[in-house]
Design a protein around this ligand. Structure first.
Ligand code: SF4
Ligand code: SF4
Ligand code: FES
Length: 344
C-alpha cells in the first residue's frame, strides 16, 4: 500500500487489522477476520481499511466519505474505543493493542448493526426529530429573506463548541446509559438540544425542554463523563447536559420531575450536612407511595442484613461543615450572578 514508485523514507512494518464481520443475509453470528498488511508510518486506519477493500477483500463493509474528520461517517471502535478511522493513526494504535501488532476494529455500539462495521443511524435521526434538533424560527414567514437575524458574539460563544459536532455517534457508542436503555435521549442529542435552546432565533424552547425532562431524558444521565472523554471534537458535552438541567430547574421548577427533585434533595443535603442523607433520598425524590411500592422489598433485605443507611438524625454533619457551608453559599451566589450577567 506504499504507492509503488514513491521514494518513502518512513519506516514500514506488518500489522494486522482484526475486523468485525457480520452479513445478516448469510452469517448466523458475528466473527472476526484478520488482515495482515504492510504499512508505513503516517497511515490512518481508514486508509488501511481502504487498502484491504481494494487489494485484499472487497467484501469488507464500512462507511466513510470526507477522509478529513469532517463528515462523521467513519465512526468505529478501534482497539475498544469509539473514534474516527480517518483521523486515527495506525502507528498510534500499535501502542494500545492487547495483542502485539493486532488492531481490533469493531462497529459502534448502542446502534443496530447493518453489516460488518456499518451501523444504522436511523434511531439517532429519529431522536433528533423527536427532540426537534433544529431552530424553529420566530420570524414571520412574510419577513423571511428580507431581514437578517443578528446574533451577538456573546450569544454565539454559548453554542460555538456545540456547533463543532459532526454527528459521528462516537459519544453515543460510549454512553453507559444507552447500553441498558436504548430509549435514552443520548449525549449527541442532548448537545444538539442545548445548542438549539440557547439560540435566540429559536421559538420552541419550552416545548423542547418539556420533552427533555420526560422519562429517558436529561435527568437519566449518570454524569459518568464517558461521552465527553471520547468526543472526537473535544466538545464539553457535560456543560450542555448541566446547562439543560439548570434551565429545567429554573424554568420548570424543582417539582417538575423526579430528576429535578433528586437534584434538589442532593444539593440540600450537601449544603446542610456536607454529605447525603441516603435513607430519605428516594422518598424526597419519588414520594412515599413510589418508594414503598418499588423499594420496600430491597429495604427489608437491607434491614435483615443490617445494612440500612442511618436515619436523618444520626447523620452527623461532615467535618469542617461551617467552612464548607460558607464556600457553598459563595459558590451558589457566584453561579447566580454569572447567570444574571449572561441573561443581560
Ligand atoms: S455522562 Fe451521561 S450522556 Fe454522557 S456517557 Fe455518561 S450517561 Fe451517557
Ligand atoms: S458530540 Fe462529539 S462524539 Fe458525539 S456525535 Fe458530536 S462530534 Fe461525535
Ligand atoms: S470519513 Fe469523514 S469523518 Fe472520517
Amino acid at each position: 500500500m506504499t504507492g509503488a514508485k514513491e521514494a518513502h523514507t518512513e519506516p514500514k512494518r506488518d500489522i494486522t487489522l482484526r475486523v468485525h464481520r457480520f452479513n445478516p443475509q448469510v452469517d448466523g453470528k458475528p466473527y472476526f477476520d484478520d488482515y495482515t498488511i504492510q504499512v508505513e508510518k503516517g497511515i490512518t486506519v481508514l486508509r488501511a481499511l481502504n487498502y484491504i477493500k481494494e487489494h485484499v477483500d472487497a467484501s469488507v463493509s464500512f462507511r466513510a466519505f470526507c477522509q478529513a474528520g469532517i463528515c462523521g461517517s467513519c465512526g468505529m471502535r478501534i482497539n475498544g474505543i469509539s473514534k474516527l478511522a480517518c483521523t486515527t493513526q495506525v502507528w498510534d494504535e500499535l501502542d494500545r493493542c492487547k495483542e502485539p501488532g493486532v488492531i481490533r476494529i469493531e462497529p459502534l455500539r448502542n446502534m443496530p448493526l447493518i453489516k460488518d462495521l456499518i451501523v444504522d443511524m436511523d434511531p439517532l435521526v429519529d431522536k433528533m426529530k423527536h427532540y426537534s434538533n433544529w431552530v424553529v424560527s420566530s420570524m414571520p414567514e412574510s419577513r423571511m429573506g428580507k431581514k437578517e437575524f443578528l446574533v451577538s458574539e456573546e450569544e454565539f460563544q454559548k453554542y460555538d463548541k456545540a456547533t463543532d459536532c459532526i454527528l459521528c455517534a462516537s459519544c453515543v457508542s460510549e454512553c453507559t446509559i444507552l447500553r441498558a436503555h436504548k430509549e435514552y435521549v443520548s449525549p449527541a442529542i442532548l448537545l444538539k438540544s442545548y445548542r438549539m435552546n440557547v439560540d435566540s432565533r429559536d421559538s420552541i424552547h419550552d416545548a423542547r425542554l418539556g420533552e427533555l425532562v420526560k422519562d429517558h431524558g436529561v435527568w437519566d444521565c449518570t454524569h459518568c463523563y464517558r461521552c465527553q472523554e471520547t468526543c472526537v471534537k473535544h466538545i464539553p458535552i457535560m456543560d450542555a447536559i448541566h446547562g439543560i438541567r439548570e434551565d429545567a430547574l429554573e424554568v420548570r421548577g424543582v417539582k417538575d420531575s423526579s430528576g429535578a427533585k433528586h437534584a434538589e434533595a442532593f444539593m440540600s443535603d450537601i449544603e446542610k450536612k456536607g454529605k447525603l442523607v441516603e435513607a430519605t433520598l428516594p422518598i424526597r425524590t419519588n414520594g412515599m407511595a413510589w418508594t414503598l411500592q418499588n423499594l420496600l422489598p430491597m429495604a427489608m433485605k437491607m434491614i435483615m442484613k443490617r445494612r440500612t443507611p442511618p436515619p436523618p438524625p444520626l447523620v452527623k454533619p461532615a467535618k469542617g461543615i461551617k467552612k464548607f457551608r460558607e464556600m457553598f453559599r459563595e459558590m451558589t451566589e457566584h453561579v447566580r450572578a454569572e447567570k444574571k450577567s449572561h441573561k443581560k
